[in-house]
Every structure is written in C-alpha cells, then in structure tokens.
Design a protein around this ligand. Structure first.
Ligand SMILES: [Zn+2]
Length: 149
C-alpha cells in the first residue's frame, strides 16, 4: 500500500491541505449546532462524528487508491481527507467521548465518560494548540535564522 502512495507523491502542500481539511471537517457541525439546532444537542451526536460514516469513507478511499491509475492524485486527496476525519474521531475520544456504534446505539466511548468535565477537555485541547504554536514559532525561528546576515 505504501508503494501505491509513495509513487504518487507530487505536492506536499496539497496533501497537507486535504489532510487538515479532513481533520477539521467533523467539527464543522459546531456551526450547525450553534446556529440552527434548537435543542443544542452534543455535536458528537451528529453523523459528522460517526465512525459508521468515516470508517466506510476511509475504506472506500483506500479502495479507490488501490484501483486508480498511479498518475491520478484525487484518490490520494480523498484518502488523506477521510483519514483526517477518522483520526479526528480517535482524538475526540482522548479528550472526551464518541458514540462508536451510532446511529445504531448511542453508547459513549472515550477517556472521560463522566459528564460536566468540559474543563479537562478544554485543557487537553488547549495544550495541543499551545504545543502547535510552540512548534510553529520554533520552526519560524529556524527558517528565519541566517548566520550570514
Ligand atoms: Zn470533534
């Protein structure tokens, strides 16, 4: 499989774009939750946070990658997008919980199953953002460093 992937590498910027878009895609439901959902239900109840949605999407994208021509980049984009979405759900289980068998059964799975512990969720997510900002600033300093100036 890696051979299929490695031979297609053309643009890391495009791969980064599609992978990150997929990683953010499940949380676009927050907009619907805030603006349109009168019940204000937990946004993890929406299909955008179902493994039964992202799992088959990931398998289908993998299938398309395997049967498509090696010069075609779209299956790579699709695989990265669906992997990003799938991985998002796995990370959501670290900071909170996901209803893995949804829409068939709304049984929560995750590190923090108790309710009213959103402060821990936010602490974990904030620490990820702070770590990313640290890496961004550190890498910018490395990129900007020029000893000949
Ligand atoms: Zn999420």
């Amino acid at each position: 499989m890696f051979d299929h992937f490695e031979q297609r590498i053309k643009s890391y910027r495009s791969y980064l774009f599609w992978g990150l878009s997929g990683a953010v895609a499940p949380d676009t439901d927050v907009l619907y939750n805030i603006l349109l959902d009168p019940k204000q239900t937990n946004h993890h109840n929406y299909f955008t946070h179902y493994f039964s949605f992202w799992g088959p999407l990931l398998l289908f994208s993998l299938f398309l990658l395997l049967i498509s021509k090696k010069s075609n980049q779209y299956p790579v984009f699709f695989l990265l997008f669906s992997f990003g979405g799938f991985f998002h759900l796995m990370l959501d289980m670290v900071s909170g919980y996901i209803f893995i068998p949804a829409p068939f059964l709304y049984l929560p799975f995750g590190a923090y199953l108790e309710k009213n512990h959103h402060d821990r969720e936010y602490c974990i997510e904030a620490s990820i953002v702070i770590w990313a900002l640290y890496l961004l600033i550190r890498d910018k300093k490395i990129r900007d460093y020029n000893p000949e100036r």
